[in-house]
Write a protein that binds this ligand. Structure first.
Ligand code: ZN
Length: 347
């Protein structure tokens, strides 16, 4: 498994630009992970270390091969454990005994131990003599202790060390970190380009898929791998309006919660006369009332905040669907009895 599992053609130009422009030793790459931000950081790191001398990274030289095998002595990705698991990477030598005993839940933070070990690593001799690259992603997953541990290295890096900090929101980084780095923003590819790419990956219903995933190519690809189906997506508002939680219960709880939040977002947008973002307008109830949707929205936000708590996921999703049923069925004229019942849906 590599940090760039797919070829994303819209990263070619940004990469060329970065290679031409970047001068400093520390760079914040800002953009959306669903557009391939991490893949860009990984490609840039490989390019800096590539030994071909030609268009980089060549994918052929010893350095590129080692990077592809996650075995490059001079390239160190530092990611939260949850990301390592999701990407199929092993924790490597920074995994501590505590984590390996599996008593502790995988951390969502970049832990201070990871940063300290990476700093120690940065002071050892470069294995292949082309300097070293430390890639932190998402950089905002550093808590304050981790970020402070990194500060001195940003100020006085070991000779030949480059730092890449990938983040969706540089505003989440400490100002002291930001002020020591150059910043660069990855533009999102246009929808037409992404749709062409999704079709090339053998996917169907790409327009709806992309819409459900906020136009983010990698998120769309991942959703498709996890069994996203256009018919189920189109049917979701109707299911919730019926109080039917069966389809959602089959999903991983975070995915089910996200879909309910997307539906609630769109229902609220329509209720105030706006346009839905994720669903086709025709799939949503004809009329909706904001005051009925607000409590549901709050309940969903609270459930998302408490995701890590050991609750019964099935029961929670069912209860949120029932609240959704109530919220969506308030599309009736004011004054009608607020009994939960299926909403009136457009055909
Ligand atoms: Zn190479």
């Amino acid at each position: 498994m590599t940090l760039e599992p797919l070829t994303l053609p819209w990263l070619d130009q940004p990469l060329a630009q970065l290679l031409a422009q970047q001068r400093g030793h520390a760079l914040i790459l800002q953009g959306r992970f669903g557009d391939g931000l991490l893949a860009l950081g990984w490609r840039l790191a490989r390019a800096w270390l590539c030994e071909s001398g030609g268009p980089r990274p060549c994918g052929q030289c010893g350095s590129c091969h080692l990077a592809d095998q996650q075995a490059h002595p001079d390239l160190r990705p530092v990611l939260p454990e949850t990301w390592q698991l999701a990407l199929g990477l092993t924790a490597g030598d920074e995994g501590d005994a505590d984590a390996k005993s599996s008593k502790r839940k995988p951390s969502k933070d970049i832990r201070v131990e990871q940063v300290r070990q990476a700093i120690d690593w940065s002071h050892t001799t470069s294995g292949r003599g082309r300097g070293k690259v430390l890639l932190l992603s998402p950089a905002d997953a550093m808590n304050e202790v981790s970020a402070n541990a990194l500060l001195k290295t940003l100020e006085e890096p070991a000779t030949g060390l480059r730092l890449l900090l990938c983040t969706e929101d540089a505003g989440q980084l400490l100002p002291t970190i930001r002020s020591r780095c150059q910043s660069w923003r990855l533009p999102s590819p246009d929808d037409a380009q992404v749709q062409t790419w999704l079709v090339q990956q053998g996917l169907n219903d790409t327009e709806e898929l992309l819409r459900a995933c906020q136009g983010q190519a990698l998120s769309a690809w991942q959703a498709a791998q996890q069994g996203w189906r256009a018919e189920a997506w189109r049917d979701l508002p109707r299911q919730v309006a019926r109080g039917d939680a069966q389809g959602l219960s089959a999903l991983a709880p975070p995915d089910a919660l996200r879909q309910l939040q997307q539906l609630c977002h769109d229902a609220m947008a329509v209720a105030v006369g706006g346009e839905p973002r994720y669903f086709d307008r025709r799939m949503l109830p004809a009329t909706l009332r904001l005051e009925a949707l607000v409590p549901w929205s709050r309940a969903l936000a609270q459930a998302v905040r408490q995701q890590d708590h050991p609750w019964n996921a099935g029961l929670l999703i069912e209860s949120l669907v029932l609240q959704g049923q109530t919220a969506l069925s308030f599309g009736v004229p004011a004054g009608r009895a607020p009994t939960p019942r299926p909403a009136t849906l457009r055909p």
